[in-house]
Ligand binder design. Structure first.
Ligand code: SF4
Length: 214
């Protein structure tokens, strides 16, 4: 008789029964639900207050975030902070996190190069993100980049075509997606970078407009 396939390992059994952000952060620090804990320096959990108006979700921590143990602190995070300011969104009213909480990387010489998380890793890590959303209860969830958008809005969502649109979702009253700020940093030249930054700020302004509504 063929044995039944083992259930996918996920972080679900590690979620505390009465989750709070500090309890979730502590529990996630010891997560071994997928192999990425072996590669990253530490779990990089989300940051921001319970009751934040907007919850931003990126793909995963990068090299700087992995070393600092905090999300969105590297060059992309700095661009993100600037864009939030330009759009009129108070960073103190936001919660920032990632679909996957450990840095996945491949060695290239002495450098650690970002590698995309796979579907098993995203599934394994998802309970942390769901718990964060459930505790924070944001009015708006914003996916940053295709990995976050596909993980939360489904494979048919195309950031290139649908960025800035609000789509129905059980995650929050309003859910949308835009590009990840790291993609702006990869633009081929200064003009393209400026154009992409302006488009990003425009998407964030739509979020700010919604926040301004009663
Ligand atoms: S990436 Fe997520 S599921 Fe995998 S070990 Fe880290 S915290 Fe756990």
């Amino acid at each position: 008789m063929v044995p039944a396939p083992a259930a996918l390992p996920t972080a679900a059994p590690l979620i505390p029964p009465r989750p709070t952000l500090p309890a979730l952060r502590d529990a996630a620090a010891g997560c071994r639900a997928c192999d990425l804990w072996k590669r990253g320096t530490q779990t990089v959990f989300g940051e921001g207050p319970k009751g934040a108006d907007v919850l931003f979700v990126g793909e995963q921590p990068g090299n700087d975030e992995d070393l600092a143990g905090r999300p969105f602190v590297g060059p992309a995070g700095k661009l993100f902070d600037r864009a939030l300011g330009e759009a009129g969104i108070d960073r103190a009213r936001t919660y920032v996190t990632n679909v996957v909480k450990h840095f996945k990387w491949e060695p290239r010489g002495k450098r650690r190069i970002h590698a995309k998380p796979n579907a098993l890793e995203i599934t394994a890590c998802r309970p942390w993100l769901e718990a964060e959303i459930a505790v924070v209860k944001p009015r708006i969830v914003v996916c940053l980049g295709a990995t976050a958008a596909i993980a939360l809005l489904g494979k048919s969502f195309r950031v290139t075509k649908q960025r800035g649109e609000f789509v129905p979702s059980p995650l929050a009253p309003l859910v949308t997606a835009t590009v990840h700020p790291s993609s702006i940093l990869r633009a081929p030249d200064e003009d393209a970078r400026r154009l992409e930054t302006d488009r990003f700020i425009e998407d964030l302004r739509r979020v700010a407009q919604e926040l301004g509504r009663p």
